[in-house]
Design a protein around this ligand. Structure first.
Ligand SMILES: CC[C@H](C(=O)O)C(=O)SCCNC(=O)CCNC(=O)[C@H](O)C(C)(C)COP(=O)(O)OP(=O)(O)OC[C@H]1O[C@@H](n2cnc3c(N)ncnc32)[C@H](O)[C@@H]1OP(=O)(O)O
Ligand SMILES: [Co+2]
Length: 137
């Protein structure tokens, strides 16, 4: 795990949350992006070497909708940057972590992503992120 790639925060209203985080951080988000597969629209703020990812559900069956329904808005997951997501999945599986999607899927911000069940990491949903290189397309 190279660094914390981003901290995901579940919000009900992305536009309103963008304003608050712009005031908090002192600068605008650098992108918004919809990830159909996850039923989310996201916005990203750089923060040093990491990012803040705000996520609003675009569908009722989105994990973000379910999270907010049960737990309200707040920190949803921690994402770590990895160089070789397949190797990390293998390592973590062998170490007993519960991998939610063994095949990496397309995430936001040009990443391949895998999630680990929160029960494997003391109640924290973990996301692994590998940058998609140009020749990976
Ligand atoms: C990929 C695009 C973008 C990116 O960065 O590129 C994203 O980050 S998208 C983020 C949204 N997508 C996901 O979260 C995908 C992975 N999540 C899941 O597969 C589910 O949400 C899962 C398995 C974490 C929970 O789903 P489930 O239907 O099982 O919900 P429950 O409410 O029944 O939860 C079971 C159990 O887990 C606890 N829980 C749920 N969500 C979280 C969470 N975010 N953090 C910590 N704990 C969580 C929940 O409280 C239940 O625990 P219990 O003790 O039984 O109450
Ligand atoms: Co994320």
């Amino acid at each position: 795990m190279n660094k914390i790639e981003h901290i995901g925060i579940a919000v009900k209203d992305l536009e309103a949350a963008n304003e608050i985080y712009k005031n908090l951080l002192g600068y605008e988000h650098y992108k918004t992006e919809t990830v159909e597969g996850e039923g989310v629209v996201t916005s990203f703020f750089k923060c040093g070497d990491s990012k803040i990812e705000l996520l609003e559900a675009t569908r009722d069956d989105s994990p973000i909708a379910g999270f907010i329904e049960k737990r309200g808005e707040g920190v949803h997951h921690i994402a770590f940057a990895v160089d070789d997501i397949e190797a990390e999945v293998k390592r973590l599986k062998e170490s007993g972590f519960r991998v939610l999607n063994e095949t990496p899927k397309r995430g936001a911000d040009n990443k391949l992503v895998v999630f680990l069940h929160p029960k494997s990491s003391h109640g924290v949903l973990v996301e692994l992120c590998q940058e998609i290189k140009i020749n990976d397309k």
